[in-house]
Design a binder for this molecule. Structure first.
Ligand code: FES
Length: 105
């Protein structure tokens, strides 16, 4: 069974927005998204460069990288806009009451 890690509170993530989360036991940050009340978690670092995606905009279910304007599908992690080509890692999410958990292992 995959263990779920507490990521943040649902109220921490703006509606149709993104929040960067740093967790003590992980070296890299994660990006948490709220798409119309549904929550998703991906790696925060763009697969094209060393940039935090949480500094970018959420548009039509995609995260737009703030550096070169590449994009990823938030639900699947698929690269949807050049120069991004490599899929963004996504993690299964579970919401329990007000808390967001993800299988980050
Ligand atoms: Fe994200 Fe280049 S670093 S598109």
């Amino acid at each position: 069974m995959t263990s779920m890690t507490f990521v943040c509170k649902i109220g921490d993530v703006p509606l149709n927005g993104v929040k960067q989360v740093a967790l003590a036991s992980f070296d890299e940050e994660f990006a948490v998204y709220n798409l119309g009340g549904e929550f998703f978690v991906t790696d925060d670092m763009c697969t094209h460069g060393m940039v935090s995606l949480a500094g970018g905009d959420v548009e039509d279910g995609q995260i737009i990288c703030p550096l070169h304007g590449g994009a990823f599908d938030i639900r699947t992690g698929a690269a949807t806009e050049l120069p991004c080509r490599t899929k963004l890692r996504t993690y299964p999410v579970e919401v329990r009451d007000e808390d967001i958990f993800a299988a980050l292992g």
